[in-house]
Design a protein around this ligand. Structure first.
Ligand code: ADP
Length: 161
């Protein structure tokens, strides 16, 4: 059984993330979505909230597991018996950081492969930070996030309807 790991902050999950998950599931038998416990990034949603949101959204998707992790990603991959890391690319601006991360992870474990997946063009410009900014000012985020995430954002941003 081929397992891949899709790590990220998912603060919050967007339709771009969901598209990457769906595309990865066409390639791998099992996908572990790994929510980073990014303490110093001051996330809007707690790790527990982000894991719960992702579990709810992916519950009918088949072989998706949602876990949280801290520490080295290569150690997390080992713990779920995977050598494959999935990352999304939105364009050249993502590339230099992602490439550096991929090579750093491989320097720690030569068997690790990072695969880059691009989302459908309609989702390509979505990012969690942009969603939060639009939501903060009460803009329309209906096409950017799943309905359950919009409901969660409404509780954080009173301007959002
Ligand atoms: P991180 O803090 O690790 O970048 P994110 O939740 O922002 O976590 O993103 C997780 C992964 O999903 C990253 O590889 C990012 O490039 C990718 N990603 C996020 N949004 C999109 C999108 N709209 N299209 C393609 N990839 C995306």
């Amino acid at each position: 059984m081929k397992t891949a790991v899709y790590p990220g902050s998912f603060d919050p999950i967007t339709n771009g993330h969901l598209d990457i998950i769906n595309r990865s599931l066409r390639i791998f038998d099992r996908l572990v979505v790994a929510v980073l416990e990014n303490k110093d990034k001051n996330p809007l949603f707690s790790t527990q909230e982000r894991v719960a949101q992702l579990k709810e959204i992916t519950k009918d998707m088949g072989n998706v597991e949602v876990r949280s992790f801290s520490g080295l990603l290569v150690d997390f991959c080992e713990s779920v018996d995977s050598k494959i890391i999935i990352r999304g690319l939105r364009g050249v601006t993502d590339f230099s950081y992602e490439f550096q991360m991929a090579l750093t992870n491989r320097s720690m474990d030569n068997d690790i492969e990072t695969l880059f997946v691009s989302a459908d063009t309609q989702y390509l410009f979505f990012s969690s930070s942009m969603v939060k900014e639009v939501a903060h000012f009460g803009g329309n985020i209906d096409n950017m996030v799943p309905p359950s995430v919009k409901e969660a954002l409404k509780k954080k941003f009173p301007n959002l309807v």
